[in-house]
Design a protein around this ligand. Structure first.
Ligand code: UTP
Length: 443
């Protein structure tokens, strides 16, 4: 059917204004971008956007409880099980790195950012080295799926190429781009960012399930015999990718389709999403959606009921990912200035909306100091500086636990190539590696 007619039926005919003044290449570009969009869905989302509150008084919201995994006597068994699965090549890593990192204000892909550790490593390099450590210990490469967005796809691949894929086998890394949604103006009209481009915004980290399937990456994982997929965000400098104990814990649970790592909230007002059971389904409730009464509710011993913070570290059984490729996640809308248009609408999906759809999950409690130091802001909380300090303190603690004499005023950075989680350290290793794979720095 004629494109103009189709767009006019959808109320988006203005997108073709001035198309005749475009060069052939620009016209094709514009047509390609128009074809990438589902305007029926966009129009529907525009009409629906302001309707239902996320939590209503009818909803039943109960806590989803958890214990610290390290206190569980099964921890050693879980780790062993996880290593067996890694040895068989049944565990993959899935990084969602399609975000724009606007709060950090770094121009390139966030993973290429150097947080200022003495090694100067980028977030991608730290992750690659953790993967490399586990691969060599288990004797099997770990497939690594990396979701980008059209805005950072080329730059992400260029960063890996320049760094020779950090020594990882190229055929075990797969890059693919997530989808986009065109931003709409306050009247529901699709916005253009230039005469030949639509105002395309990444469709949220929840777009990862669709992108994994549509890019052929889910099939690639299935062909490789992968059964567990470790899904994580780009900016947590302490992330224990494909953590064997975490994998083993889910594998030993006959019922759950997924598991999520969780830390205790710092205080009831900490601005993080919390795990809960909403209308009998496991869910994450965003900070702003949790009513004050629930946020402040405590057990008799004073512990908050809704205490489990989502740190965006998840593990999915492959069956869960198969299910999610055909089970649509809900859309969220936000009013923002997009390409200079004030009060524009953008639409996104959130990864954590997968949990109610899957219906059964477990939580795996960890301590923040060991596993969660995100780089979100340029300064202050969750910044490169706070992440550097947390990593430096943790690695110093590992050395102390291994009986190493450390300098009290220094912090340390240990390369993941010699230790993934504090193992294989000793005074002899320290003496040999100081200045090489172990670097001291000032707080
Ligand atoms: P954040 O919500 O922290 O967003 O993403 P961000 O884009 O990194 O940073 P800001 O909000 O613009 O400052 C959490 C994780 O989800 C990924 C991010 O790359 C990060 O790993 N993400 C986010 C996607 O993969 N796609 C998206 O559309 C949004």
């Amino acid at each position: 059917m004629d494109l103009r007619k189709t767009l006019s039926e959808l109320g988006q005919e203005h997108l073709l204004d001035n198309i005749d003044s475009l060069s052939e290449a620009d016209r094709l570009q514009l047509e390609k971008e128009i074809a990438s969009q589902d305007f029926n869905l966009l129009n529907h989302l525009f009409k629906e956007h302001s309707s239902t509150p996320v939590i209503s008084t009818e909803d039943e919201i109960l806590p989803l409880t958890f214990d610290l995994a390290e206190n569980n006597i099964k921890q050693a068994m879980w780790e062993e099980t996880g290593f067996l699965l890694l040895e068989k090549g049944q565990v993959a890593a899935f990084l969602v790195a399609g975000g724009q990192g606007s709060r950090l204000g770094f121009e390139g892909p966030k993973g290429a950012y150097n947080i200022g550790l003495p090694s100067g490593k980028s977030l991608f390099q730290i992750q690659a080295e953790r993967i490399s450590n586990l691969s060599s210990r288990s004797g099997h490469p770990i497939p690594w799926c990396i979701m980008t967005s059209p805005l950072n796809h080329e730059d992400t691949i260029a960063h890996f190429e320049e760094n020779h894929y950090f020594g990882l086998p190229r055929d075990y890394i797969r890059f693919f781009s997530q989808g986009t949604m065109c931003a709409l103006d306050p009247n529901g009209k699709a916005i253009k960012s230039s005469p030949e481009h639509l105002a395309l915004v990444p469709d949220g980290n929840g777009g990862c399930f669709r992108a994994l399937a549509q890019s052929g990456t889910l099939a690639w994982l299935i062909e490789k015999g992968v059964r567990f997929v470790f899904l994580y965000s780009v900016d947590n400098v302490l992330v224990r990718i494909a953590d064997p104990a975490f994998v083993g814990a889910l594998a030993s649970d006959g019922r759950a389709l997924s598991s999520s790592k969780v830390v205790r909230k710092k205080h009831p007002q900490e601005k993080v999403g919390v795990f809960a059971v909403k209308n009998k389904k496991p869910s994450v409730i965003e900070y702003s959606d949790l009513p004050d009464a629930l946020r402040l509710e405590t057990y008799p011993d004073g512990t908050p009921l809704f205490d489990g913070a989502n740190i965006a570290i998840h593990l999915f059984r492959i069956e869960a990912l198969k299910k999610l490729q055909s089970t649509p996640l809900p859309w969220h809308s936000a009013k923002k200035t997009v390409f200079g248009v004030a009060n524009a609408w953008k639409f996104e999906q959130f990864l954590f909306d997968a949990f109610p759809l899957l219906g059964s999950m477990t939580l795996y409690g960890v301590s923040r100091e060991d596993e969660f130091a995100p780089v979100k802001n340029a300064d202050g909380d969750d910044s490169p500086k706070s992440a550097r300090l947390m990593l430096g303190m943790l690695h110093k603690y590992w050395l102390q636990q291994a009986g190493v004499t450390v300098e009290s005023r220094k912090l340390y950075e240990i390369s993941p190539t010699i230790s993934y989680g504090g193992e294989s350290l000793s005074q002899a290793v320290f003496d040999r590696e100081l200045g090489k794979n172990i670097l001291a720095f000032d707080p």
